[in-house]
Design a protein around this ligand. Structure first.
Ligand code: FMN
Length: 71
């Protein structure tokens, strides 16, 4: 969708609300936040992705990011 930095909630909202897209594909933010939908819905802070673990040989960096604490 865009070159350079990671797709953000604000950019995704702008695309949808501006009628420029029907859907926005999110990569890195979703890898780092297994509960990204809930985080974006509630405007919660996000885990930062660890790019040094992208394309790695194991599940590390894919399945070990924490979800939001239950309230
Ligand atoms: C670790 C990693 C793996 C990816 N694997 C795929 C893939 O298998 N197929 C694909 O179409 N895009 C893949 N992508 C690209 C993402 O789908 C997305 O286009 C890219 O990360 C840009 O979106 P973002 O700014 O939300 O991260 C991958 C990206 C990353 C960081």
């Amino acid at each position: 969708m865009r070159a350079g930095g990671q797709t953000t909630r604000e950019q995704a909202l702008r695309q949808i609300e501006g009628g420029h897209a029907d859907a926005v594909v999110v990569g890195r933010a979703h890898i780092a936040n297994p509960d990204l939908v809930e985080r974006w819905q509630g405007g919660h802070p996000e885990n930062e992705p660890r790019p040094e673990l992208f394309y790695g040989p194991s599940a590390e960096g894919y399945t070990d990011y924490p979800v939001l604490e239950a309230a």
